[in-house]
Design a protein around this ligand. Structure first.
Ligand SMILES: Cc1cc2nc3c(=O)[nH]c(=O)nc-3n(C[C@H](O)[C@H](O)[C@H](O)COP(=O)(O)O)c2cc1C
Length: 210
């Protein structure tokens, strides 16, 4: 069944913090349901998730929906019959967002952002985003992908040219078995960053497991 249209001014609520969580095709997308449910332990927070096609391998959409957020995919962007004046999903989501987290940011999505590509919902949203919207990238990739000279250059561009904040990666044993830098920042630290930035107050204390 098709999702109802997303219209920013109908979906925004005064006094709430509106978080867009972008997931890309890194194993760390497995943490997405934990990030969403932890964010929603804070008062006056709404979360919308944007998933690249590759990211959909790593989590269950139902888990995110059960945690309290919707998952928007590329296919949701393309209505079968578009008329002038119809809402355009990537524009509505960027109007809605108070903060955008790309967590995890794959090497591919990082490269696309650095080059200005906007060939899916996630990168179209980022390309259309107001520069005043705080945007955080959390790279997550194999150590050699991270140490590749192009990654360094892409990170430089997103920080210095676009103005995004890049956090991580951290070092540990990666999902592929390699040990080294490349893991996404701990999901609890990602949530804490949002909580600190918007002075969020917790509504109920859940015990989360990693
Ligand atoms: C099992 C599996 C795990 C992967 N893990 C990562 C990863 O952690 N980081 C990464 O940058 N790419 C990883 N990739 C490769 C990306 O999924 C691939 O480059 C993809 O095109 C990314 O698309 P996206 O950036 O649109 O999500 C993985 C691929 C597979 C099959």
């Amino acid at each position: 069944m098709a999702k109802p249209l997303f219209i920013s001014e109908e979906e925004r609520t005064d006094g709430f913090t509106h978080v867009v969580l972008i997931l890309s095709g890194s194993v760390a997308s497995i943490k997405a349901p934990l990030i969403v449910s932890e964010l929603l332990t804070y008062d006056k927070v709404k979360v919308e998730v944007v998933a690249t096609n590759a990211s959909l391998t790593f989590f269950s959409v139902a888990d995110i929906e059960n945690a309290g957020a919707r998952v928007w995919k590329d296919e949701d962007e393309w209505l079968s019959t578009y008329k002038i004046g119809d809402p355009i999903l990537h524009i509505e989501l960027r109007r809605w967002a108070d903060i955008v987290l790309v967590a995890p940011c794959s090497a591919n999505t990082l490269s696309k952002i650095a080059h200005g590509l906007c060939d899916n919902l996630a990168t179209s949203l980022l390309r259309a985003l107001a520069p005043t919207t705080p945007t955080y990238l959390f790279p997550a990739m194999n150590t050699l992908m991270y140490e590749h000279p192009l990654t360094n250059e892409h990170l430089r561009v997103v920080k210095e040219v676009i103005g995004y904040t890049v956090i991580g990666p951290i070092g540990k044993t990666l999902a592929c078995g390699d040990v080294g830098l490349g893991a996404m920042t701990e999901w609890k630290d990602i949530v804490q960053l949002v909580a600190d930035q918007f002075s969020l107050v917790r509504i109920n204390r859940r015990t989360s497991t990693t």
